[in-house]
Design a protein around this ligand. Sequence first.
Ligand SMILES: *Cc1c(COP(=O)(O)O)cnc(C)c1O
Length: 476
Amino acid sequence: MDYFDTNLFRQQGRELIDLLTEFLQQSSGNAKTPPAEQVLKFRNEDDVYAAWKSARPGETPLSDVFRQVFRQSIRLHHPRFLGHQISPPAVVSALSGLVADVLNNGMGVYEMGMAGTALERVVVEMVAEQFGMGNSAGGFLTSGGSLGNLTALLCARNSKIPEIAIDGHAGPLPAVLVSGQAHYCVQRAATIMGWGKGGIVTVPANQRFQMDVAQLPGRLKQAQEDNRKVIAVIGSACSTATGAYDDLKAIGEFCQANDLWFHVDGAHGAAAAFSGKYRSLVDGIEMADSVVMDFHKLLLTPALTTAVVFRNGRDAYRTFSQKADYLFQEDEHDTQWHNIALRSFECTKLMMSLKVFSILAQHGFQAWDQNVTRLYDLARTLARLGSERKDVEVLVEPESSIVCYRYLPADQSASNRVNAKIRERLLQAGRFYIVQTVIDGVHWLRTTVGSVNTTEHELNELLSEVVALGRELEGE
Ligand SMILES: *Cc1c(COP(=O)(O)O)cnc(C)c1O
């Protein structure tokens, strides 16, 4: 059977590596020699669907399939990829993905992935150490920040209301305190757990879009008066829309004083812990009971690769345990760590740990330090360049790699229309890829600096293009 022909594997593998090398080369470039290809060739969804619908099974050469995929795919390595938060993967990490797929060790039980399982523990412990969490920390890898946050919040619930995992219901409904700037997956987690509308108690943000921690006591009191059992506070590090870091230390101290679980949604920005220059943004993360961090946002790893880290590694076993507290095996952590499915949603799971470990093996922590530092520096550069232009407004001085800004038309009332149009035109033209966000009814253009090839040059060009489009569109 052809499916397992090792000669075919070698031959197609070599061809594929050549194709991918070409793809990467065409995506890379600089001011002197710009990339051969655009960041994106946008085509509408029905056209792309129709193109695939007409392909004939069994009669389509694989190289044609791949080339078509390349044509219809956004290029994350491109210097003008300035949109969503996902990272261009380091070469070693992407190749590790191939290893994981060929071996297909499912990790559902230990012997189905011994290397992957042990590496996972090593990787999580290294992350916990970087957070400053101490020796009792532990955790696992899972498929994305959204799932990671749900898992951690389930754990928070079961820790603070152990009866709920056994009887299903126990007294007042749970709730968590979180900034209005939090990622929507937090709301979803509360919905999945059946907490209803009041399950999320919003703490307003300050002018820098950080949680206004002074309002925590009042919100807690109010929620309790509304007959809610508040179990946790969630800090965003950083928020998705504007990239603002909540004051983790203040939240941590509030949680300690009020016996609340402290969860940090660090899907994007917990990685700042690896940057010597920006580490202080996550000061207080060491106090968290749980932290979620995506490797696929700032740490050069293919998606999805997410760490769920617990300050007390034993806590993680509570998530899916239906044992009463007095039956809870405190030593489970020491004896069962190799059966990861006890703690994670996944049963069969991809060997994600190798994608992370390969980067460290080849480049060391320095790779992450440099990447985070460089991208955070560039975001500050973009904000500075924007502020220097009189017809551009920068929403707020960036804290992370995320920057929001807009074109200021002469007629202010046209701003939303013009900026939405600017983003649409950019998408259609495919010279730059940026996204947008709406905050308090105002449209902002949003950039996450993520590509390995982006420099000040492209950021300047982007702003020139935004302004040129803005001038053209405000007249329409
Ligand atoms: C990206 C992000 C998420 C979602 O993570 P996925 O890996 O996309 O599921 C959650 N929270 C924050 C703050 C994020 O930036």
